[in-house]
Design a binder for this molecule. Structure first.
Ligand code: ADE
Length: 235
């Protein structure tokens, strides 16, 4: 998969994309990642990417012009080709805007995005984005009902959740199949050594070596935990 992020703060991606699983996905050749500075497509001496809102109000609004130019350039379209050039596209490349008014992100969306060939994320900032820029979006995604200062952190949440589902990214240590949400339930409790820590014991069944009993216990724990913490998932 190839992922491009269009942002006014490309350095924000350095640590998240340069460490741990996101780094390993790139080293394994399963992910190619690029963060682009939107200012590279902004005009004038000040390379402005935002301007005052029509109709008044406080804050600045991100301008259409650099956003369209950036997406056209990153995807290899001629200047001025979008949005018309993508009419009827096959969905293997998705353009994603991050914004609080988007569809709330979940595990199913992560699975769907993980099968795309290319993802282009557009990270908004300031008071918002000129509404006409949303004509480029295949998906508008929110990571929750709160407002962040920009789309960068949100895009990294979405990228992490999608990339870890690409076959081969997690490797043998841990599959994405047995974890929370993969079967609609929260994950069962996990323990490692020592068997007793400050008076707290690991459940006996996990030390028994009886795999049938262990599977049964884990399933029951998943259900009980989901009922207690996230009853909405069982409806
Ligand atoms: N940008 C600002 N707030 C956001 C949110 N909750 N989700 C996605 N992008 C955002």
């Amino acid at each position: 998969m190839r992922i491009d992020c269009i942002t006014t703060f490309p350095a924000m991606f350095d640590s998240i994309m340069g460490e741990s699983m996101m780094k390993r996905a790139q080293e394994k050749g399963l992910l190619e990642f690029h963060a682009h500075d939107l200012r590279d497509w902004a005009r004038g001496a000040h390379r402005k990417t935002d301007d005052y809102p029509y109709g008044g109000g406080c804050g600045l609004v991100m301008m259409c012009e650099p956003l369209f130019a950036a997406v056209e350039s990153v995807l290899g379209y001629e200047a001025g080709a979008l949005p018309e050039a993508r009419a009827g596209h096959d969905g293997s490349t998705r353009i994603i805007f991050l914004a609080p008014q988007g569809k709330v992100f979940d595990d199913e969306m992560a699975s769907r995005l993980s099968t795309a060939e290319r993802l282009v994320f557009v990270c908004g900032h300031y008071e918002g984005i000129d509404e006409r820029a949303y004509s480029l979006a295949d998906d508008v995604i929110s990571i929750g009902d709160y407002v962040l200062t920009g789309g960068e952190l949100a895009s990294m949440v979405v990228i992490d959740a999608a990339v870890r589902k690409i076959p081969g990214v997690l490797g043998a240590e841990r599959g994405a199949e047995t974890e929370s949400f993969s079967d609609g339930l929260l994950e069962y409790p996990q323990y490692t050594r020592p068997a007793t820590f400050r008076g707290m014991e690991v459940p006996e069944v996990l030390l028994s070596g009886h795999h049938g009993n262990i599977d049964e216990w884990r399933r029951a724990q998943s259900l009980a935990r989901t009922e207690r913490l996230r009853p909405d998932l069982l409806i």
